[in-house]
Every structure is written in C-alpha cells, then in structure tokens.
Ligand binder design. Sequence first.
Ligand SMILES: [Zn+2]
Ligand SMILES: [Zn+2]
Length: 92
Amino acid sequence: MSRQRVIRCAACAGRIRPQHPSIGVEDLETGVEFSYHARPDCQIRCAEETATRLVAGKVYAAHHYHASTCPDAASGFDCSGGCFDTPMAVAN
Ligand SMILES: [Zn+2]
Ligand SMILES: [Zn+2]
C-alpha cells in the first residue's frame, strides 16, 4: 500500500528513513542513484565505491538530502540541523 519508496543504504543495507540525512550519488548516464546514510562510516563507503565507479569512466552527481526534521531545507553543509557534520570527501 505504501507509495513511498523504501530507500536502502548501499553501504550498510539499512533503511534510510526520512528523518535520516542521506547522500545520493546519481549515475548521470542511467539515472540510477545510489543512496547512503550521511553518517561517517557509510560516507566512507560511499567515497570508496564512488571512486571505484569513477574508474570506469562514468559521470556522477552527488545529491545531499537533509533530514525531514532539519529546519534548513534549502541549505547545504553547515545547516542548523547538522545533517552533514562530516565533510564528504567525494564532492570534488
Ligand atoms: Zn548506511
Ligand atoms: Zn540539514
């Protein structure tokens, strides 16, 4: 019945709930997006896996999704909700 897509973290296979900030790495060629928790261990996996995929010559865009509880819906890192306290190594 649920129309909401269940998003699972590609690093830990845990579910990413709306109140969890998360990172999406989108394959611009296929539109497939890999999602990761914003917590440090999952971000590290995200950086490693994205680096591996980049070797294959693909182009990715990273998206940062704030937690549903974050009061700063429109801002990036440094939001007052603290979604992305750990800087993400993959950005550049
Ligand atoms: Zn995770
Ligand atoms: Zn936020």
